[in-house]
Design a protein around this ligand. Structure first.
Ligand SMILES: Cc1ncc(COP(=O)(O)O)c(C=O)c1O
Length: 416
């Protein structure tokens, strides 16, 4: 057992702390404690466990279940990798992002490319790593929206809307007029692929599919996605954003990575910010056709990903036990949450992700504010202005304690 002190997060003591608003996470540790902790990790004198790191990033007094972060902390192996590379940052280590690309390529079972020509050369895998998948969405907004000049982009509604937000921002900034067609989902908030196909015009340059969808958590069967891809003209790029794919518990569910290797116009993006628990290190990636990947890489900022971030991502990717742990805990909390919503008589969208969208039966925007006043951070991202979603609000599946506290506050607000 290590000498690092850690907070119990599952017992009644911690629940009492939450309820009294005095969350004593590592955020409250004195600098000397933090340094001692870092030192013991660097010297590898202390084994670190998930329990110990849980809650390190918490803001004391706040139940932060708004941004779909991993509440169980980073993988202990990622923490160790950060500590180990701390003292090497005086070097460029150009090879670190190549190593990460290779680790991702191997993870997905891509065929091994010929050996790299030199230590600066990319890995040869059809993988492009970036500082967060948001930057990849932004790059696609430029490549298929702004640079295309008169391209058209299709994205569902509600959906994450990242590409739409970037295109709208560029349009405001440069006075360009890029059409974004937001195609309403079906009544159960699933992507309406038939309607998205019908929205394609000769000008369409990019279609975005978020699977599982955010904020609804709905999931498209792989067969439906494959049929859609086959029907879309080959000159239209299709981005499938799989930020939350790791939480899917459908037995045998097939993701879209293999599809991206069969079709030159399919890209699949992923992030290390969710199940891998290193949102603050900003690492995401996209896989697809090698030529396109190399083009994106050329215009991107690959060498801008810090060495520490790359090694942490490699460690997180390899820590499959941690990923399984987070998936299990998140889905257990989700089942508990469903049960509580059933007791409250509130409807929700069954989710394949790490969050749940509920119908609160009253203004979601106002409830969002009232919960925030109680230091409970939820999300209405992308919901304002959509009459279908007026009464909806999204809960990230934090730890059991966090969600329990949020539900008690919700009950009080509903009764008020
Ligand atoms: C669907 C989806 N895609 C992409 C992102 C961006 O993730 P990041 O930039 O942290 O990789 C998010 C973040 O919440 C998301 O929900």
């Amino acid at each position: 057992m290590s000498s690092i002190k850690h907070r119990q997060t599952t017992g009644s003591v911690s629940r009492r702390r939450f309820l009294s608003g005095a969350i004593a996470g590592a955020g409250t540790l004195a600098l000397s404690d933090r340094l001692a902790m870092a030192q013991s990790i660097v010297s590898a004198s202390a084994p670190i466990t998930v329990d110990e790191i849980q809650g390190w990033g918490e803001v004391p007094g706040v139940v932060d279940i708004g941004d779909n972060e991993n509440p169980y902390g980073p993988s202990p192996r990622a923490v160790r990798a950060v500590a180990k590379s701390l003292l090497d940052v005086n070097r460029y280590d150009f090879g670190s992002s190549r190593k990460l690309e290779s680790a991702i390529g191997e993870f997905h079972g891509f065929p091994a490319p010929p050996p790299a020509a030199n230590r600066f050369a990319p890995s040869g895998y059809p993988v492009y790593v970036e500082g967060g998948s948001s930057f990849i969405l932004k790059q696609l907004a430029v490549r298929y929206g702004v640079a295309d000049g008169n391209g058209e982009v299709i994205e569902a509604y509600p959906a994450y809307g990242g590409v739409t937000r970037f295109i709208n921002g560029y349009s405001r900034l440069f006075g360009t007029e890029i059409t974004v067609r937001r195609v309403p989902t079906t009544a159960d908030f699933t992507h309406d692929l038939d309607a998205m196909l019908a929205a394609v015009t000769p000008k369409t340059s990019l279609i975005v599919i978020t699977n599982p969808n955010n904020p609804s958590g709905t999931l498209l069967p792989q067969a439906d996605i494959a049929r859609f891809v086959a029907a879309v003209p080959g000159n239209v790029m299709i981005l499938i954003d799989e930020a939350y794919i790791h939480f899917v518990r459908e037995p045998g569910y097939e993701d879209s990575v293999a599809l991206s290797q069969r079709h030159k116009n399919v890209l699949v993006s992923r992030t290390f910010s969710k199940i891998y628990g290193i949102a603050g290190l900003r690492v995401g990636y996209v896989v697809g056709d090698l030529d396109l990947i190399n083009e994106l890489k050329f215009f991107g900022n690959s060498s801008g990903i810090g060495t520490i971030n790359c090694y942490a991502a490699i460690a997180a990717l390899e820590d499959r036990a941690f990923v399984r742990h987070v998936k299990r805990m998140t889905n257990d909390v989700k089942d508990y949450f469903y049960g509580e919503m059933d007791k409250l008589g509130l409807s929700y969208i069954p989710s394949h992700s790490s969050f749940v969208l509920i119908n609160a039966g009253q203004s979601g925007a106002e409830l969002h504010q009232r919960m925030a006043a109680r230091n409970i951070k939820l999300s209405r991202l992308g919901m304002d202005g959509n009459p279908l979603l007026d009464n909806y609000i999204r809960f990230t599946m934090g730890t059991h304690d966090e969600v329990q506290v949020a539900i008690s506050a919700l009950k009080e607000e509903l009764a008020a």
